[in-house]
Ligand binder design. Structure first.
Ligand code: PMP
Length: 357
């Protein structure tokens, strides 16, 4: 039986995609083999890879002067790859710190360049500092921010208007809505939320930023080298790339990113409305910064957390535990979570409050 899986990632995938993968598992379109077994340089896989890139470009309307790279190492590798490719050791990088993932990116960047935290939301990281208050460096190599903090549930519902080259860790908001790629120098995202299985990382980089990697940058992290070989300078995560391709086609069938955004907003509003209408549940995030993707909430009686998780599981609602660093609950409601899943969660919450509130 399929459950409603509220995991933050690896996360729920569309059932149709899993069914298609199952149907194509043993014999991909007459090749007599699984995609997993194919050479990444063979005609069959190259067609899969190219189609996925074309679909991604179409969905995000990626301008022609941007490369789309299919890399490995997760967003965590990009925490290092971005400074290695875009900054020298003496350059300053500006950061906006809105929570756990911003901090990780900052920590890693400090190993490679001078880091200046231009804005810091401060504990408990439930808001976004107003852009007018950001203390931007005059000559920053770039400004890095985290459009969606997966743990804190804090999301930018706007793209900051700054002069510096903008770099965004879009891991947990990628493909959840349309974005204007031309506003960014680099966008990166681990696949395992809205795109597909873990193991694949997408990087979208403006071409004029290529070819500036510092000496010593590992070849697999050098954007220019990866771009030159069409993301195949070594063996890419072929199966993850294939599944990502199926997910992209699924998004297209569903009406593209405009349709995703509409549904995601409706799902999120329904869940926040349920939380706000009760004194039993609470979400601490400033209203204008509440994430459409990750909805953390706490119970008025934290001693009931375990019971909540157990009873939810019995009702087919799983992986609702908050991140181990914060506790409480968190419902991640990515593209592939249907409205029915949110409805089931809201009904369960009402019933749980009635019983235990
Ligand atoms: N950034 C964000 C916003 C994330 O949500 C995550 C993973 N949850 C990461 C970075 C780290 O990604 P990875 O595990 O792919 O390295």
């Amino acid at each position: 039986m399929r459950v409603y899986n509220f995991s933050a990632g690896p996360a729920v995938l569309p059932v149709e995609v899993l069914e298609q993968a199952r149907d194509e598992m043993l014999d991909w379109r007459g090749t007599g083999m699984s995609v997993m077994e194919m050479s990444h340089r063979g005609k069959a896989f190259v067609s899969i890879a190219e189609q996925a890139e074309a679909d991604l470009r179409e969905l995000l309307r990626v301008p022609n002067n941007y490369k789309v790279l299919f890399m490995q190492g997760g967003a965590t590798a990009q925490f290092a790859a971005v400074p290695m490719n875009l900054a020298g050791p003496d350059d300053v990088i500006d950061f906006v710190n809105t929570g756990s993932w911003s901090k990780k990116a900052i920590g890693e960047a400090k190993r490679f360049a001078k880091v200046h935290v231009a804005a810091d939301a401060g504990e408990p990281y439930t808001s976004i500092p107003p852009v007018e208050t950001w203390q931007l460096s005059p000559n920053a190599a770039y400004l890095h921010y985290t459009p969606n903090e997966t743990i804190g549930g804090v999301e930018f519902h706007f793209v900051p208007d700054v002069k510096a080259t903008l770099v965004a860790d879009m891991s947990s908001t990628f493909l959840s809505r349309p974005i204007d790629v031309s506003k960014f120098g680099v966008i990166y995202a681990g696949a395992q939320k809205n795109l597909g299985p873990s193991g694949l990382t997408v990087v979208i980089v403006r071409e004029d930023l290529l070819g500036k990697a510092r000496p010593g940058t590992p070849t697999v992290l050098d954007y220019a080298a990866v771009a030159k070989d069409g993301s195949m300078l070594n063996t890419p995560p072929t199966y993850a790339w294939y599944i990502a391709g199926l997910v992209l086609q699924w998004i297209k069938r569903k009406g593209g990113l405009e349709a995703m955004a509409k549904l995601n907003q409706a799902k999120a509003e329904k869940l926040y409305a349920a939380i706000d209408s009760s004194s039993f549940y609470r979400n601490p995030v400033a209203k204008e910064a509440r994430s459409w993707m990750n909805v953390p909430f706490t119970l008025a009686k934290p001693e009931l957390d375990k019971t909540f998780i157990e009873e939810a599981k019995k009702a087919g609602l799983v992986t609702l535990e908050g991140h181990r660093s914060v506790g409480g609950m968190r419902a991640s409601i990515y593209n592939a979570m249907p409205m029915e899943g949110v409805d089931a969660l809201v009904s369960f919450m009402k019933e749980f409050e009635r019983k235990h509130g």
